[in-house]
Design a protein around this ligand. Structure first.
Ligand SMILES: O=c1[nH]c(=O)c2ncn([C@@H]3O[C@H](COP(=O)(O)OP(=O)(O)OP(=O)(O)O)[C@@H](O)[C@H]3O)c2[nH]1
Ligand SMILES: [Mg+2]
Length: 202
C-alpha cells in the first residue's frame, strides 16, 4: 500500500487527519516512526511557507511523500493575531491553557460583535523530488468570553462555530472535521491527490 507521512507532532491534528484518511488506500505514518527527525523550526511568515518548510524537511528525511498542516487562529479585534504564532502565542514553553488565557486577556472588554475570528489551515503535500500540492481552508466563528467543552485541542474551548453557535470543543471529531479549516483543506487536497500521485511516480 502507498505510504505517506504526516509532518506534524500535534496529537490533535494527527487524530483529526487520521480519522478523515480512514478508508483511503494509504498507509498513514506519523513522525513518531522517525525519531531521528528533530524539531523543525517554523521560520516562515505565512501558513503556506511554514507548511512547505515542514513538508519538505520530512519528505527529504524519509524519502516518502509528506503532508504538513500549518494552521492558526486569526482574531479580527487584535489585528489577526495570533495567526502563524498561534502555537507559540504565550511565549517560551507555551501551552494550550496559557495561550487561551492570553487570548481572553487580550480581548478583555471587547464586545461580542467585535470578537469575530477564523481558523485557517494550509495543507501541503511534498514529494522527495520537491513536487508539491497545496490546499487551504478557513472556518468562521467568534471568541467566547469563557471556555466550554472538552474535545479537540488548542483554542477549541473558546472558538464558537458561526453556523451552530457551539464551541468547537463541544463538537464530536466528526462534526468538527465536517466544518473545520483542516477538514476543508484536506478534502481539497484529496480532490487533486490522484493526479499528484501519478505525477510524482508513486
Ligand atoms: O483550537 C484549535 N483548533 C484547531 O483545529 C486548530 N488548528 C490550529 N490551531 C492552533 O494553531 C496552532 C497550529 O500551529 P502549527 O500549525 O505550527 O502546529 P503545531 O505547532 O501545533 O504542530 P506542528 O504540526 O507544527 O508539528 C495550534 O497549536 C493551535 O494553537 C488550532 N486550535
Ligand atoms: Mg508548529
Amino acid at each position: 500500500m502507498a505510504a505517506v507521512v504526516l509532518a506534524t507532532r500535534n496529537k490533535g491534528k494527527i487524530a483529526e487527519l487520521s480519522q478523515m484518511l480512514e478508508g483511503f488506500e494509504l498507509e498513514v505514518l506519523g513522525l513518531d516512526a522517525f525519531p531521528e527527525i528533530g524539531e523543525i523550526e517554523e521560520t516562515g511568515t505565512t501558513f503556506e511557507e511554514n507548511a512547505r518548510i515542514k513538508a519538505q524537511a520530512v519528505a527529504q528525511a524519509t524519502g516518502l511523500v509528506a503532508v504538513a498542516d500549518d494552521s492558526g487562529l486569526e482574531v479580527d479585534a487584535i489585528g489577526g493575531a495570533p495567526g502563524v504564532y498561534s502555537a507559540r502565542y504565550s511565549g517560551e514553553g507555551a501551552t494550550d491553557a496559557r495561550n487561551n488565557a492570553k487570548l481572553l486577556g487580550a480581548l478583555d472588554g471587547v464586545p461580542a460583535e467585535r470578537r469575530t475570528a477564523r481558523f485557517r489551515c494550509v495543507m501541503l503535500a511534498c514529494a522527495p523530488g520537491g513536487e508539491e500540492l497545496v490546499a487551504d481552508g478557513a472556518w468562521e466563528g467568534h471568541i467566547a468570553e469563557a471556555p466550554r467543552g472538552d474535545n479537540g485541542f488548542g483554542y477549541d474551548p473558546l472558538f464558537v462555530d458561526l453556523e451552530s453557535g457551539r464551541h468547537s470543543a463541544e463538537l464530536t471529531r466528526e462534526e468538527k472535521n465536517a466544518r473545520s479549516h483542516r477538514g476543508k483543506a484536506l478534502r481539497r487536497l484529496l480532490a487533486d491527490w490522484p493526479a499528484f500521485w501519478t505525477r510524482v511516480g508513486r
